[in-house]
Write a protein that binds this ligand. Structure first.
Ligand code: ATP
Ligand code: MG
Length: 277
């Protein structure tokens, strides 16, 4: 892309049209939390999400048919914003924008470095946000193809990921595991997913907890796969152990009897597929 000063007037006009179009789209997306936008801090967050390059990425995805418009904000986290997008067909999608400005490099690097799938990574803030979107897409695809219940990945570009929306047709997301009544069946289902993820997809979630599992139509769906690493990552076992611990702690608090952590760990690791060696 040419530097702004080198552009001729026509390009400049096109440029501003693009920006206006996406900004209009972004305004629609944010109409739900207009009130919040009156708050100075929230306004800052908004500007960080929709920096110029991110607007272009959203616009490009929109042109490719990944979504036809954004209809509201699902969640505003520290590191990402998730939007409710609607496709031409009327189908809902979740559009996850990784925040460029608030990338926490040190923490993130641990989950990329050492993963044989990501040998070359950019270390600047945009580069990291883009790596994260690409990584979450790749992880979701590996998990989905292996038959683990996860949101179906649809596309990604730059720091934006588009995936299946888990929730109702009005853009209301499904409840998190934390927000539901749980039974032993849920525990077993989640542990089975963790095992399939390991043995069939060659992945460890690495950020698994009651906050990153949806309960949708009676089924548990694992999501938030940005941190997930290859089983060949040097810390994969440590991450797997922590995932099991988190899930065990949650179910124990809810009075569900759980398996001994070490037993599950060795059972899962024993099943490491040969093709991942
Ligand atoms: N596929 C999806 N369908 C519907 N809602 C989603 C989807 N993915 C994410 N969300 C919503 O966005 C929230 C944040 O998503 P996610 O956990 O992937 O990102 P995060 O970066 O960890 O954000 P946070 O810091 O808020 O946890 C989820 O808790 C959920 O409410
Ligand atoms: Mg999360």
């Amino acid at each position: 892309m040419k530097h702004l000063r080198e552009r001729n007037d026509e390009e400049g006009v096109q440029d501003s049209k693009v920006i206006q179009a996406v900004q209009r789209m972004a305004e629609i997306a944010d109409k739900r939390d207009r009130v919040l936008l009156n708050n100075e801090e929230e306004r800052k967050v908004f500007e960080e999400v929709f920096d110029r390059k991110t607007l272009f990425v959203l616009y490009s995805l929109m042109n490719k048919g990944a979504f036809s418009y954004l209809n509201g904000v699902v969640s505003s986290g520290k590191e990402s914003r998730v939007y409710w997008g609607v496709k031409n067909s009327g189908e809902n999608v979740a559009v996850k924008v990784y925040l460029v400005a608030s990338s926490d490099f040190k923490r993130r690097l641990r989950y990329v470095e050492g993963d044989p799938r990501f040998k070359k990574i950019r270390r600047d803030s945009r580069g990291m946000a883009e790596t994260w979107a690409r990584k979450e897409f790749t992880n979701l695809k590996q998990a989905y193809d292996a038959g683990v219940r996860v949101p179906k990945p649809e596309s990604f570009e730059g720091n934006v990921l588009v995936m299946e929306f888990i929730g109702d047709s009005n853009g209301l997301r499904a409840p998190l595991l934390l927000e539901t009544e749980v039974k032993k069946k849920d525990y077993l289902e989640i542990m089975k997913s963790v095992k399939t993820l390991y043995s069939m997809a060659g992945l460890v979630h690495a950020d698994l907890s009651e906050y990153n599992v949806f309960k949708y139509q009676g089924k548990n769906i694992l999501f938030d796969f940005g941190s997930a690493v290859s089983v060949n990552h040097p810390s994969s076992e440590e991450f797997l152990k922590r995932d099991i611990q988190n899930i065990n702690n949650f179910f124990q608090k809810r009075s569900v009897r759980v398996f001994e952590e070490q037993k599950i760990l060795s059972h899962i690791i024993k099943n490491k597929g040969k093709w991942f060696e």
